[in-house]
Design a binder for this molecule. Structure first.
Ligand SMILES: Cc1cc2nc3c(=O)[nH]c(=O)nc-3n(C[C@H](O)[C@H](O)[C@H](O)COP(=O)(O)OP(=O)(O)OC[C@H]3O[C@@H](n4cnc5c(N)ncnc54)[C@H](O)[C@@H]3O)c2cc1C
Length: 384
């Protein structure tokens, strides 16, 4: 990692070293840029991207086949090649698992819910298999006997998001990328509606292009012109807590969902149990209420977890825009690109985000999907 010298220049500056910023840095250099600087306030990959479950499951999450669903499926489908490329570049296996997800019904209401999902996804031509309770327990004997029915989504996958971050950090250790940690971006500077640089805790950095990938902290970074703050897109933190168990032998092979929570089995026997959705500001605490809620859904899915120690617990802050959708692409300030608001799906959406943002920056043909998530869909707030 580099030490930033005051009054340096860069061709492009990425603010934020989570999965989104790291994926974009790698993509820009792969596509020919030679002076990319990524600025991270703390440590690389230590925030939401580290806290996540690594579930890449557009089908288990979606309620209809809209533009967001299309974006999510395109991104999921980029993962097998990405996994091979990262292994070739770094020797790190991101543990892409293709077993799929099981969406479980425990109540009459849950059964109606899975029926509805099964119907729209089947009529949209997607792979989904409705299975009965006996088949669900044959596939996963650790599931509670109270399961009534399930859906199997064979195309949903998972990765170990922490390995993904390690691989992305290693992949960015090459000429063309300068990564500077421990450096807070205090403001984005503009003149005549164009980017001129970023003011950091270590001095001014001149650049004509900035990618804002600061996750839940995006709205805390003002864009300024002559010391005036310009209006901005609002992104808020939504806390998610997570518990971790160590199982041996492995408890399950599939990601197990219910309408109230999920379990993510890792290859090494760890099982992650998630999660909460809380508006608690920037406080990343694990709380008694959060633990209780997660345990309740986790034990409903797999009662055997009750006998195990809680091996770890943590919380992270999901970046959420007002309509729950990502905020992607250029805005009315020339040279400023948003890559934020990924909310519950930033690991899933990182590869397509990197591709679309890189296309937009390099001025190549950009998918029409990008305009659906443009920052200018919002009324901007906070000018003074
Ligand atoms: C409990 C939980 C479970 C989740 N599970 C999943 C899942 O299974 N699948 C999925 O796809 N998604 C999941 N998510 C969502 C996913 O984690 C996020 O959408 C994603 O990590 C966002 O990535 P990011 O790079 O935008 O943000 P972050 O990883 O938070 O990175 C932003 C970075 O910007 C830095 N930064 C902020 N301000 C500044 C500044 N002023 N100067 C310099 N640097 C700055 C921060 O320090 C941070 O490192 C989950 C999230 C949580 C909390």
């Amino acid at each position: 990692m580099e030490i930033l010298q005051a009054h340096e220049n860069a061709e492009i500056v990425i603010i934020g070293g989570g999965v989104i910023g790291l994926m974009i840095a790698r993509a820009l250099v792969q596509r020919g840029m030679s002076d990319v600087m990524l600025l991270e306030r703390g440590r690389l990959g230590a925030e939401a991207s580290f806290a996540a479950g690594g579930i890449l499951a557009p089908q288990a999450e979606a309620d209809c086949a809209d533009d967001f669903f299309a974006l999510a499926c395109q991104s999921r489908d980029l993962y097998p090649a990405l996994s091979r490329e990262l292994f070739a570049e770094t020797g790190i296996d991101i543990e892409l698992e293709t077993t799929g997800t099981l969406y479980l019904a425990f109540t009459e209401h849950d059964e109606a819910e899975i029926e509805r999902r099964s119907q729209w996804q089947t009529s949209a031509g997607l792979s989904v298999v409705r299975i009965d309770a006996a088949e669900a327990r044959r596939l996963e004997p650790g599931i509670a006997a109270s399961v009534r029915a399930a859906l199997h989504f064979p195309d949903d996958i998972q990765v170990d998001n922490r390995r993904l971050l390690t691989a992305l950090i290693a992949a960015n250790e090459k000429p063309g990328v300068r990564i500077v940690t421990g450096t807070n971006v205090e403001s984005i500077c503009t003149e005549r509606n164009r980017i001129t640089g970023v003011e950091t805790s270590r001095g001014l950095l001149r650049t004509s292009r900035v990618v804002l990938a600061a996750g839940a902290w995006t709205s805390l970074i003002p864009t300024t012109v002559a010391e005036q703050t310009l209006p901005r897109v609002q992104v808020e933190p939504v806390r998610g807590q997570m518990l971790c168990f160590q199982t041996s032998p492995r408890l399950a092979r599939h990601i197990l969902y219910s309408p109230r929570g999920y379990l993510v089995p890792r290859l090494d026997g760890r099982v992650l149990a998630g999660s909460t959705t809380e508006h608690a500001g920037f406080v990343k605490q694990v709380t008694a209420g959060g633990v209780q809620a997660i345990l309740s859904s986790a034990l409903e899915i797999a009662p055997a977890l009750a006998a195990l120690e809680i091996a770890a617990s943590w919380a992270g802050l999901r970046p959420r825009a007002a309509d729950d959708l990502p905020v992607l692409g250029p805005c009315e300030i020339e040279g400023l690109y948003y890559a934020t608001g990924h909310y519950r799906n930033g690991i899933l959406l990182a590869p397509i985000t990197a591709r679309l943002i890189t296309d937009a920056i390099l001025g190549t043909v950009v998918s029409p999907l990008l305009s659906r998530f443009a920052p200018d869909r919002f009324d901007l707030v906070g000018a003074h």
